[in-house]
Design a protein around this ligand. Structure first.
Ligand code: HEM
Length: 320
């Protein structure tokens, strides 16, 4: 039996702990829309699944869309805002323009979600769920997505230009750009495994296949066939030479074989600090999958807007 004195000592402690738990966790959790939009996850998965059935690459595009959203102002759907005469968004930033895809799929999900639960679910949460489902539908792991993000009323062209890594980045630049988002070097190496799916444009890997040293000669020759030394800038090639529409650990096998598509990819296996992790994932896909799921949750936690900040956009392309 607790004496009255010790109970009155303890109750406030419980209360404090409870409040701390609820609030430090932020307002985000995987059941955030359980009552207000019970069909959300079914809708997202079915639209993503149809989109991937039409074009498998769309899974890759939706995964990248999430990365480019989260690295600029946090996971707040800022990337989805269209430019207008009085507003400049992120879509024309160098890393995004003529490159980021999937906006129409997010629109399609949003309109079904609005039909089912009006003015309830943020575009930022839809992007996070679409990325998760894309990975899983292409053969990768799944994970629980904490929900409750809200949508930005602003975007930042300049941050999109400065905060997203480019294909020529060195290992130290990659590590510091991820560190700047509270992600570790390991998160960076793990998340780069996303390059097991999707396509890249010639002008972004031209330097790599003509001027780099740590590249497999027959791989360089293969890529040179469709990416000439000048011209045909937007010709596409699969980033993962082995299995571009399957989410697997082949990205790391490629790196070990000096078949990284971008200079930035091969930087992860070039005699530096990430070599041993790359080596490990190249032979242990289960370890990669587990780590990828964890790092995606961390990516999705970059400075979200929660509570009363931001808004729930009705149309993902414009602020309310
Ligand atoms: C580590 C630094 C990274 C660099 C330098 C980088 C760079 C690039 C580049 C240059 C492209 C090709 C774009 C084009 O040709 O238009 C690309 C594509 C892609 N990136 Fe990354 N990326 C990085 C990290 C990530 C991360 C963290 C993810 C996701 C978690 C990701 C997912 C993808 C996907 C899936 C594609 C293919 C998209 C498609 O086919 O539409 N990347 N990336």
């Amino acid at each position: 039996m607790l004496s009255m004195a010790s109970m009155s000592d303890r109750i406030p402690t419980f209360l404090v702990l409870f409040l701390l738990f609820c609030c430090v966790q932020g307002q985000m959790n995987q059941n955030f829309y359980q009552k207000s939009c019970p069909n959300l996850q079914t809708i997202v998965r079915s639209v993503v699944s149809q989109a991937i059935a039409t074009e498998a690459r769309m899974g890759a595009s939706l995964l990248r869309l999430f990365f480019h959203d989260c690295f600029v102002q946090g996971c707040d759907a800022s990337i989805l805002l269209d430019d207008t005469q009085t507003f400049t968004g992120e879509k024309t930033a160098f890393p995004n323009v003529n490159s980021v895809r999937g906006y129409e799929v997010i629109d399609a999900i949003k309109s079904q979600v609005e039909a089912s639960c009006q003015a309830t679910v943020s575009c930022a949460d839809i992007v996070a769920l679409a990325a998760r489902d894309s990975v899983n539908l292409l053969g990768g792991p799944t994970w629980n997505v904490a929900l409750g993000r809200r949508d930005a009323r602003t975007a930042s062209l300049s941050q999109a230009n400065s905060d997203l890594p480019g294909p020529g980045s060195s290992l130290s630049t990659l590590i510091s750009m991820f560190n700047a988002k509270n992600l570790s070097a390991q998160d960076m190496t793990v998340l780069s495994g996303a390059h097991t799916i999707g396509q890249g444009q010639c002008f972004l890997f031209r330097d790599r296949i003509y001027n780099d040293v740590n590249i497999n000669a027959s791989f360089a020759a293969l890529r040179q066939q469709t990416c000439p030394i000048s011209g045909n800038d937007s010709n596409l090639a699969p980033i993962d030479v082995q299995s571009p529409v399957t989410f697997d650990n082949a990205y790391y096998v490629n790196l070990v074989n000096q078949k990284g598509m971008f200079h930035s990819d091969q930087e992860l296996f070039n005699g530096g600090s990430q070599d041993s992790l790359v080596q490990q994932y190249s032979t242990d896909s289960a370890a990669f999958f587990t780590a990828f799921a964890k790092s995606m949750v961390r990516l999705g936690g970059i400075t979200p807007l929660t509570g009363k900040s931001g808004e729930i956009r009705l149309n993902c392309r414009t602020v309310n």
